[in-house]
Unconditional design. Structure first.
Length: 210
């Protein structure tokens, strides 16, 4: 799980999103409700989706504003899901190569590794240390992590950092330098380069336009 969000929270939010998706389903679009993996929503969640789900879970509004906020976040979540399905050739294809399904205990270790990575995303452990903490060797962790999440360990971490940075820049509560520090960058130039490569704008330009 992402830090601060329980298994039940994820499933409640995902179930609500599936119910809200019904009016958007069409014959020509991937079926958000009935995809083969919908019974296990955790296998579908990308770093970008995690950020949106966190925002939904911690909605700062009440009443009608709350409803409008959650509906807008749902549209954002659905857009992310459809984009991912399109990238993978449709929702009827697995997100990662699952030709060799993992045993429950192995899958638990991979999710544990993901949790440790996100809890320590500012100062992450080395691959060797992460593998040791979950009882795997480096090669097994790398292979199985990509099998489950469709990304390398540090590719996943990078995407999560960039999504957190995007969110904090939009909040306008912190300077670009502070956002860089909050996502684990000590070199502002390196952060700006990574952000521009991910989103096509420098952090300062993104914050001004947001």
């Amino acid at each position: 799980m992402a830090p601060g969000i329980s298994d039940g929270d994820w499933r409640d939010l995902w179930q609500a999103s599936r119910q809200m998706a019904h009016p958007f389903n069409s014959q020509d679009s991937p079926d958000f409700q009935d995809s083969p993996d919908s019974t296990d929503p955790l296998t579908l969640i990308t770093p970008a989706m995690q950020v949106v789900l966190q925002q939904m879970l911690h909605c700062p509004h009440h009443g009608a504003m709350r409803q409008m906020y959650l509906e807008s976040k749902f549209v954002e979540l659905l857009t992310l899901w459809l984009a991912q399905a399109e990238d993978q050739g449709g929702a009827d294809r697995p997100i990662a190569d699952r030709s060799l399904p993992l045993k429950g205990s192995d899958l638990d270790r991979i999710y544990q590794a993901r949790d440790i990575l996100l809890q320590r995303f500012q100062t992450p452990p080395s691959l060797t240390d992460l593998a040791r903490q979950v009882g795997l060797n480096d090669c097994t962790l790398k292979r199985q992590f990509k099998q489950v999440f469709g990304k390398t360990v540090f590719g996943y971490l990078h995407d999560y950092r960039m999504e957190q940075a995007r969110r904090w820049l939009l909040d306008r509560q912190w300077s670009v330098t502070e956002v860089a520090r909050r996502v684990g960058y000590t070199n502002l130039c390196a952060f700006s380069t990574a952000f521009r490569k991910k989103f096509g704008l420098s952090p300062r330009s993104f914050q001004r336009q947001g």
